[in-house]
Design a protein around this ligand. Structure first.
Ligand SMILES: Nc1ncnc2c1ncn2[C@@H]1O[C@H](COP(=O)(O)OP(=O)(O)O)[C@@H](O)[C@H]1O
Ligand SMILES: [Mg+2]
Length: 273
């Protein structure tokens, strides 16, 4: 297809390049999701296998009850992991729906919790009550995975990720902030990080993620399609914060139904250090 592109008008060539970038973005984000979920699923299977062995080796009720309990909770987690992948496979629509960002973040952290633990990263949630956002859940989940994996990769010696949710009644948006305590981004690079294929990584890491330079360009395109905005702030050696604004869903008939109250999750650290 590309060999004939010199016969096309510049507009048509740009169109083709944009389609190729969109395809690469989709493949990269799907790849990240697949490697994350497969790793997590595999770890859960290991847990299930080990406790099944333990239960078979030990005939006493107490050990067997404990083993079955562990097997049940690992299986339930595994079901949550596969349901995420199935939701992405099933729902390819580009529609925007009233979306519960608290649930979306929780579902995403189920996928990344073990990876964060492994790299000694504490995830802290600071959630205020926020209305439903007008969003495509799958796409925002891809943004979350991109940003959280970038944060993790910026903290090779461990650190903290703070996920914050706020409602801005002034412009009726939901503000989602992901802050890390990583290495930060130099001022001259900050301008380029959203450019397609800009990367400072030598290639994918041992979990198979990053190094394409596509992640943030995909995030920006997704957020712009939502009529939202994405901003970055960074200090070398201190950390980086990405702030995303999404419009509040207005199609919800009862305003009361649009408000989620989640006092139990409010600023409860996932892994206190
Ligand atoms: N949280 C972060 N901390 C430090 N640098 C970051 C962070 N997020 C992104 N970057 C920088 O932006 C670049 C582009 O990110 P991205 O588009 O996700 O591509 P990739 O992760 O494949 O390099 C990264 O290579 C890195 O230099
Ligand atoms: Mg990335």
């Amino acid at each position: 297809m590309t060999h004939a592109s010199h016969e096309l008008s510049p507009e048509a060539q740009i169109e083709i390049l944009e389609q190729q970038l969109e395809h690469a973005q989709r493949m990269a984000t799907l790849g990240d999701l697949m490697s994350t979920t497969t790793h997590e699923f595999n770890n859960l299977l290991m847990t299930i296998i080990n406790y099944a062995r333990l239960g078979l080796r030990n005939r006493d009720d107490a050990t067997r009850d404990k083993a079955l309990g562990k097997i049940l909770s690992a299986s339930e987690r595994a079901a949550r992991v596969t349901s995420t992948v199935l939701a992405v496979a099933r729902n390819r629509s580009h529609t925007f729906e009233p979306t519960d960002l608290v649930k979306l973040i929780d579902d995403t952290l189920v996928l990344l919790e073990r990876e964060m633990n492994k790299y000694r990263i504490a995830v802290e949630r600071e959630f205020e009550s926020v209305p439903l956002a007008r969003a495509n859940g799958n796409q925002i989940q891809q943004v979350l995975i991109n940003l959280l994996v970038n944060a993790r990769q910026a903290m090779p010696d461990g650190g903290r990720v703070i996920i914050r949710l706020r409602h801005d009644p002034q412009d009726n948006t939901v503000l989602l902030m992901i802050r890390d305590t990583g290495q930060g981004i130099a001022a001259e690079k900050l301008k380029q990080i959203f450019d397609p294929y800009f990367t400072t990584k030598s290639g994918p890491d041992e979990t198979g993620k990053g190094g394409t330079g596509i992640g943030l360009s995909a995030c920006r395109d997704i957020i712009e399609a939502h009529q939202g905005r994405i901003r970055v702030e960074s200090t070398m050696g201190r950390g980086t914060a990405f702030a995303i604004k999404l419009p509040v869903a207005t199609s919800v008939s009862s305003p009361a139904a649009a408000v989620i109250t989640t006092p139990s999750v409010a600023s409860s650290p996932l892994h206190p250090q």
